[in-house]
Design a protein around this ligand. Structure first.
Ligand code: G6P
Length: 372
């Protein structure tokens, strides 16, 4: 009903708008006054976490994209190797798991059958399983060794938005916590990022306040057949997520690519006026990556692409090559997906609506897939 949607035209719009609060709720009570993480819920003892020699993330759909981003954070802050695998592929390839493996299962619903089967398989092999989940008391957390709830509140729209952002926050917390428990050379950086996490809710709020040009752009592209998305580093999974949203909601051909792969194939797809969304990493930090992606934008634009550039505030290098520029607040490199994903959600939602689609209930999709 209209009342349930809180005045919004769809649950999806409501849930997009709830993201600043959802992100803050995921952090609530998990950081103490001195900036240390308190994750008592992770009932896996510190000595066991110190022995972990491999992290394996399993998930489906949008949650899988959260996992792809988590890999960058986990490996950087903990120096423990991390694999990310589609839950539906996991147990069928006889994965290598033992008591020193930490499996992280990410699921909004906690009921996705593919993910549940991966959890069962992992535990049978002796691995410890930590669930990241949004639904209290659901099956996956009940069958796991521990759970970190995302506290995003109920998500009704089939296409995941606030659950995704809060899964990211939970993944960062797990990565930082593992780093904290194990003690790495990144101790100072970990403390700094924990502080930065506290300002992320406000950053997401600022993104939401500047979305009118994105909505206009989305409406103007409603007649297109294809949209491509490019990114690298943590921007690559963001590109995959932007493309998935467009498929799910607008029923358009959309693909996400690692920008570094452009010359190995995807550049052949570029033609006149093809919209290409490019997620640009911060010019600070990993500036080499930034410069490479600016070259990619020039390359595709020279071949006719209409460039839609998502870049940090103050990043002037992209301005000459951006047909459309979407600004996001400055964040630490690894946290950028929290702000860069939001315009892509708004873009897909608006474009789908302009095409006459029902965004809360896309055709052929279910919110929770409880069969394999
Ligand atoms: C379905 C939904 C997706 C979701 C995926 C995983 O395919 O349509 O939006 O990302 O399941 O769901 P989960 O509840 O496990 O996060």
């Amino acid at each position: 009903s209209a009342a349930e949607k809180g005045g919004y035209a769809s649950f999806m719009l409501k849930e997009i708008a709830e993201q600043p609060k959802a992100v803050a709720d995921t952090l609530l009570g998990r950081i103490d006054g001195s900036g240390s993480l308190m994750l008592d819920e992770v009932r896996i003892p510190a000595n066991v976490l110190r022995e972990v020699d491999k992290v394996v993330i399993v998930a489906c759909g949008t949650a899988f994209h959260a996992g792809l981003i988590a890999k960058y954070a986990i490996e950087h802050w903990t120096r423990v190797p991390c694999e990310v695998e589609l839950a539906s592929e996991f147990r069928y390839r006889d994965p290598i798991l033992d008591q020193q493996t930490l499996v992280v299962a990410i699921s909004q619903s906690g009921e996705t059958m593919d993910t549940l089967m991966a959890v069962r398989h992992a535990r049978e092999q002796g691995a410890k399983v930590l669930a990241i989940c949004n639904t209290n008391g659901s099956t996956i957390p009940r069958e796991s060794d521990a759970v970190l709830y995302t506290h995003a509140g109920p998500e009704v729209a089939v296409a995941s938005t606030k659950a995704f952002l809060t899964q990211l926050v939970a993944c960062y917390l797990v990565a930082l916590y593992l780093g904290q428990v194990r003690g790495t050379k990144y101790a100072d950086e970990i403390r700094a990022v924990v502080r930065d996490l506290a300002s992320v809710s406000g950053a997401v709020e600022r993104v939401l306040e500047t979305m009118e040009p994105v909505r206009q752009l989305a409406r103007s592209l409603a007649g297109k057949d294809t949209v491509l998305f490019l990114g690298r580093h943590v921007g690559h999974p963001v590109a995959l997520e932007g493309a998935l949203k467009l498929k799910e909601l607008a029923y358009m051909h959309a693909e996400g690519f690692a920008a570094g792969e452009l010359k190995h194939g995807p550049i052949a797809l570029i033609e006149d006026d093809l919209p290409v969304v490019v997620v640009v990493p911060s010019p600070r930090g990993r500036s080499v990556l930034h410069d490479k992606i600016v070259s990619n934008i020039q390359e595709i634009r020279a071949r006719g692409a209409r460039t839609i550039v998502v870049a940090e505030e103050g990043d002037d290098a992209v301005v000459p090559y951006a047909d459309h520029l979407i600004r996001v607040p400055v964040t630490p490199t690894l946290l950028q997906p929290l702000v860069a994903t939001v315009p892509l959600q708004v873009f897909a939602c608006e474009l789908a609506t302009a095409r006459g689609n029902e965004v809360d209930q896309p055709r052929n999709l279910a919110k929770s897939v409880t069969v394999e």
